[in-house]
Design a protein around this ligand. Structure first.
Ligand code: SME
Length: 191
């Protein structure tokens, strides 16, 4: 498996929702340890993912376990799973959460846009994202991370949350690291 794509662009954050201004006390409450919580969690997920992948190269089995790991380890996530690129459209892969739409054309919804633009997209409020495809009425925010084998787009990892503004740059960084580990492990992924 080749290294990461050079095609990949920085994370895009769209349709930002204004949060109520935090009080000084609330700002102080965001301690250093809280700032380190997500990177620490993602570092532990990398270790757990590597352990789940060890000795196994079946794409469906590994993607299923990867989605279960994310769904059960990340707080406030109601959907976690994959769409894989097949003949210019995204087709539902292994996931955890409610049943979801099976096919997403390139450029459509958050998944199709992330795939088309080859970049991670964070949507703080899906109700403000034009063209958002609603699979679960409980979802309020979303992050979509494209998967690459070198320059080749393989599909996307999609996570939904009932919490507005659930995903940030630390999630984007952590999830990108996880998908890099995943893709590097899988040989001969896709067509
Ligand atoms: N909301 C996505 C569709 C997939 S579901 O969230 C599982 C989108 O707009 O592409």
């Amino acid at each position: 498996m080749s290294s990461r794509s050079t095609k990949k662009k920085p994370t895009k954050k769209v349709a930002a929702t204004k949060k109520p201004a935090a009080t000084k006390a609330a700002k102080r409450a965001v301690t250093t340890s809280e700032n380190h919580a997500k990177p620490k969690l993602y570092a532990s997920l990398v270790v757990q993912l590597l352990s789940l992948l060890k000795g196994e190269h079946d794409l469906v089995a590994n993607a299923a376990n990867f989605s279960a790991l994310l769904f059960n380890s990340l707080p406030n996530v109601n959907w976690a799973g994959f769409y894989f690129l097949q003949d210019d459209e995204l087709v539902l892969g292994p996931f955890q959460g409610n049943p979801a739409c099976v096919r997403i054309p390139m450029g459509k919804g958050v998944c199709g846009m992330a795939a088309q633009q080859c970049e991670t997209i964070i949507v703080p409020n899906v109700h403000e994202f034009p063209g958002h495809i609603a699979c679960d009425v409980a979802s309020n925010s979303e992050i979509v991370v494209p998967l690459f084998d070198g320059e080749r787009l393989l599909g996307v990892l999609d996570l939904d949350s009932p919490e507005i503004g659930r995903f940030d740059d630390q999630d984007a960084e952590g999830l990108n690291e996880l998908v890099t580990v995943f893709v590097a492990h899988e040989e001969g992924i896709g067509p």
